[in-house]
Structure formats: C-alpha cells, structure tokens
Design a binder for this molecule. Structure first.
Ligand code: ATP
Ligand code: MG
Length: 558
C-alpha cells in the first residue's frame, strides 16, 4: 500500500524524497510551492522546467502553487511580460492558487522586517560607495573588514533608514546592509545589502517607494508570508540559502519549524540555444529574430507558435528529471518528446513543399475525384478526410529524377512506377522542362490500384505524396532549423556571430484544400515531410511553420 501522498507513477527525485519525509514527520500537512518569475522578459523552456516542477508537485501532492511576480526591481519590468507569463503558465496546463501574487504587495512587510533587524542590531545603513564596498568585502582568500558604519547604534540606523525611505538620500548614496559575518567563507554573508535607493516608477506601486529590497531579502520573506513550504530554485542560489535562513531565523514572525526552506536543483541548459534573458533581449532588440515568439526562440510562446504542445513540453520536463548535476541537454531529447506526442495526436495531411507538376494523361475526367484517406493511420477514431485525385497533380521535386540512379531508387523516374500516398499507382513516361526550369512530368495511372496491390502481382515499393492541382491551396512553408551553429553559443564572446544563417528557409508550395481552415498552432503531420502548424501571426494567406522533422536530423548534421 502506498502512503496517501506518495506518487509511485512519477520517478522519485531528491525533492520528492524531502517532501515525503516532511509529510511523514508532519512537519507540513500539505505542501505549498511557488513559481517566482521576474517579469523582465518572456518565459523560456528553462522556466518550463521550473513550472512543471513547482506546479507538478502541487498537483501530485494535492498541495498548492502560487504564481508570484518577483517585481522588486522597478527598472526592468513591464506589464507585457506580466501578461505573457500568465498566458504561458496556463497554456502549459497549470493554474496558480488564487490571484497572481506580487512581491511588491509585500513592500510594507519588507520594510517592517528591515526595521525589526535594525532594532535588533542586525542591520545598518552604510555609506560606503560601490567600489569601497567591494574592497571591504575581501575575497575568497581574504576575509572582509568591517565597514565604518557597522557599529552605528540601532536608534540612529532606524532614523537613517526612515530618511532613506523618505527620499532624503541620493541613489547610491547609502544602502541598508545585514550585519552578519565579514569573515564568512560564504561571500553572501559578508554584510550583504538588503535595501537600495531607486528613484524609479514601479509598475505596481507607482512612486510610493524610493527604496527597493534586494532579491535575497525579499524572496525568503515573500515565501514565508505566503506559507510556502518548499522554495525551489536553481543551483546558483546554493550559497544564498545561508542568507535565506539567516533572514527568516532573525524575524520573530517567521522563526518557526514550519517556515519555508530552500532547495536547489540544476537548471536546464539546452544545446544550440541561449536562455539568459539578457541574450534573449538582445536577439529581439537587434532584430536577429522576429520577436519573443519567433518560432526559433527557446521561449514558451515561440515553441507554441511553432506547434509544440503543452503535453510534449511537460513530458520533456519529466524526461530530463530533477537533479543537482549541471549538464547540457541535447536538442534531440526535446525533439523526441515533441515527435512522440505529435505522432500520436497530429492529423495527417499532404503538403508539397517544392512542387513540380505531374500530368496523368490517361485520367478520363475533367473534374477530380474524391478519395477518403485516414486522418491517422493508427487511430481509426480520428475518421477520414477527403482528398482529391485528378489529371493534374503536384509532387515534390525531390521525388522525381529523370533517370533512376540505381535499382534501389524508390521514387519516381521515367519508365518507373510509384504509389501516390493514399491513391493510385502511377508511372512516369516523359518530362519537359520549360525555359524557366520548371519541370512537368507526364505519366499514367493504374485505375485498378486504389488502395489495392496490382492484380498481376507486380511489386511497387516507392510511395510519394502529392496534392491534386485544381483544388490545392497555395501555402508558404517556413522551415526552421536550430538558431545557432554551435552547441553552446553562450560560450562565445559574441553569440550573434554564431547564429545559424539558415535557421529559416522559406518555400512556396501547396497543401490539401481542407487546410485552408486549419486552426492556428494545431500541428499536422505532412506525410513524409514532417510536422507543421499554421502560423498564428499571419493574417492573410496560408503559412505553415515546421514544428519538427519526422526524424532526428541533428545528429547527422552536426
Ligand atoms: P535571468 O537570471 O536570466 O534574468 P532567471 O533565470 O533568474 O533569469 P526568473 O524570472 O527569475 O529568471 O526565473 C523564475 C524561476 O525560473 C526561478 O525560480 C528560476 O530558478 C527558474 N529558472 C530560470 N531559468 C531556469 C532554467 N534554465 N532551468 C530551470 N529553472 C529556471
Ligand atoms: Mg532571476
């Protein structure tokens, strides 16, 4: 028998082990997590890992998960990001508890907490400038030395801090620091700043404040205010955990056995892309991509526009797992998750990306005929779709050669037969190329081979796809490839230098008529070509984004 909160269907990881212990020892009755993005950019696939972890744990343990905008830095934040983040979390299939929270809702609470530390002699207003502060802090080999302001009396510090809040000092003139340990081997404990002055309008609190708390001070208090039990973050905050604990241990309201604890896991790094927000901003601002939702971007909105599904991204998060080991994840793992999902759910259709004409000279009717083809060959419940066959068809240039190179060639060549996918066996008889290089193939079809092998027992192995010309819909195809040509672009001095110049190729061809009504973002399998979805940004004409190729081509092209 499983204990009520154990979830055997998910692989265990160290965080689940901790949670299981905390529930078993009754340290917590229910678990409460949070996802705390800074609203200074769009969410990316790394955030998706954190979202799936935090919201996923809350789901599995019947706990709760907050969405908290970590908006303590007024300068860089924007409502556009606040909205896109909510959209992306919901699209991934998660819902936060109640309303979204804002760290800025707690500004008064942070302020009172700072006063409490000041009164306890645990925080002081320091007038060293940035260079002096750096010098006083020392380094990993040498201890720091005490700031001359370190022993100011609590009463005086209180008055100074109140003046900071009232706007009596200039930006950078002073900061509030925690009084911890200038000799600590953890640099973050050498009297870290808790508050700084910024004369900046904040998108939630306007001009109410000119002092803003530092992340390390605001985050732990926000967690404690919200009753978060397990505060999960990435490994670079490992040392800062000491500061997290120091702050909560020194505040009367929060120094309790069930207060939040921080646990670190390794961040997602993905090959051939970048995830630092600074670099993503640069890609957008320098117009190296079309925008945050460019289908080549590692953003959730870009992946959505490209046809990735929430289920596939959740599955990817599951596949990469949670650990404390930093590593680089291969793009192939992400794409395999996408393919596995789309192979199951994507309706099949045909699209000719690089068209040439094929004229069936023995086709008797002026009008095309309707053929019913399965929407999904392994799932009859998805029904049938109408396709057309007639005298003029489009096939792909890559499927025709005048002269077959050898006996193994399984596409179309003069004098050879091939089956048209979902339709008849045809034979190419001759071809013409006009003065603009346009090829037209002329041939015939075997009217007795619709969905049947030839009665005379001859074998036709090759299958090629096609679209009937009179009903075909013209379409643009955007063939995406990896955005960078090197696996780890972040290592480059200038990552813009290693952008893949062929990350987008545009082709013009034809699709089945029903695709004129294709909903945006719905991925289809274009048989033999790959998965595509209709672009959500295009308002006129049919544009299909290639979601992913049918097979893993990454390993070969490296
Ligand atoms: P940056 O440092 O580039 O500004 P960030 O990664 O700190 O961005 P936040 O908005 O603060 O971005 O992140 C919100 C949450 O998502 C944090 O808890 C963070 O640990 C997590 N997160 C961010 N990037 C990744 C990643 N690559 N893998 C896993 N989790 C991540
Ligand atoms: Mg951050």
């Amino acid at each position: 028998m499983n204990k009520p909160h154990e979830t055997p269907e998910r692989p265990v990881n160290f965080i689940r082990n901790i949670i299981n212990e905390d529930l078993a020892s009754q340290k917590h009755q229910t678990i409460y997590t949070r996802f705390p993005p800074e609203p200074n950019g769009y969410l990316h696939i790394g955030h998706a890992k954190s979202i799936c972890l935090n919201f996923g744990l809350a789901q599995d343990y019947q706990g709760r998960c907050n969405l908290r905008f970590d908006d303590t830095n007024p300068a860089k934040e924007d409502l556009e990001y606040v909205e896109s983040i909510q959209r992306d979390v919901q699209w991934l299939g998660f819902q936060w508890e109640g309303q979204p929270r804002y760290s800025s809702d707690y500004f008064e609470h942070f302020y009172q907490s700072a006063l409490e530390l000041i009164d306890k002699g645990l925080a002081y207003v320091c007038f060293l400038n940035a260079d002096e502060t750096r010098e006083y802090r020392g380094n990993l080999k040498e201890p720091g030395k005490a700031s001359p302001y370190r022993d100011t009396a609590p009463q005086e510090n209180r008055a100074l801090f109140e003046k900071m809040r009232a706007g009596a000092f200039k930006e950078g003139e002073c900061v509030l620091k925690a009084k911890i340990d200038m000799a600590s081997s953890f640099m973050c404990l050498r009297d870290p700043a808790l508050y700084r002055i910024r004369f900046e309008t904040h998108h939630q609190t306007g001009d109410a404040w000119c002092i803003y708390p530092m992340y390390d001070f605001a985050h732990c208090i926000s967690d404690a205010i919200e009753g978060i039990t397990h505060s999960l973050c990435t490994l670079e905050f490992q040392d800062n955990r000491r500061l997290y604990d120091w702050v909560l241990d020194n505040l009367a309201a929060f120094n309790r056995p069930d207060r939040p604890h921080q646990y670190e896991f390794s961040r997602l790094n993905l090959e051939y892309t970048v995830m630092s927000k600074r670099k993503l901003h640069q890609l957008v601002n320098e117009r190296l991509v079309e925008g945050w939702d460019d289908p080549r971007m590692p953003t959730i909105s870009g992946m959505r526009r490209r046809g990735y599904t929430p289920a596939a991204l959740r599955d990817f998060a599951e596949r990469i797992g949670i650990s404390k080991v930093d590593s680089m994840t291969e793009m192939g793992i992400l794409e395999a998750a996408i393919r596995d999902d789309l192979n199951r759910v994507a309706p099949r259709t045909m699209g000719v990306i690089d068209p040439i004409k094929l004229v069936i000279e023995n086709y008797p009717n002026p009008e095309p005929e309707v053929i019913f083809a399965p929407v999904h060959p392994q799932n009859e419940a998805m029904g049938k779709r109408e396709i057309f066959f007639g005298r003029e068809l489009y096939i792909d240039r890559a499927d025709f050669l005048e002269v077959a190179p050898d006996n193994k060639y399984q596409r179309l060549a003069i004098g050879k037969e091939a089956r048209l996918r979902n339709a008849y066996i045809i034979k190419a008889e001759r071809c013409e190329t006009d003065d603009q290089g346009r090829i037209t193939v002329y041939g015939s079809y075997d009217a007795a081979t619709l969905g049947k092998n030839p009665a005379d027992g001859r074998k036709v192995k090759g299958v090629i796809h096609f679209v009937e010309a009179s009903r075909a819909q013209a379409a643009e195809f955007r063939l995406y490839d990896r955005l960078f040509c090197v696996p780890n672009p972040s290592k480059e001095a200038d990552f813009a230098q290693v952008l893949n110049p062929n990350s987008l190729q545009v082709k013009h061809g034809f699709v089945e008529p029903a695709l004129a009504q294709a909903p945006v973002e719905q991925a289809y399998q274009f048989e033999r070509e790959g998965y595509f979805c209709r672009d959500s940004r295009t308002t006129d004409g049919l544009v299909f984004n290639r979601t992913v190729t049918l097979k893993d081509t990454w390993q070969q092209s490296v």
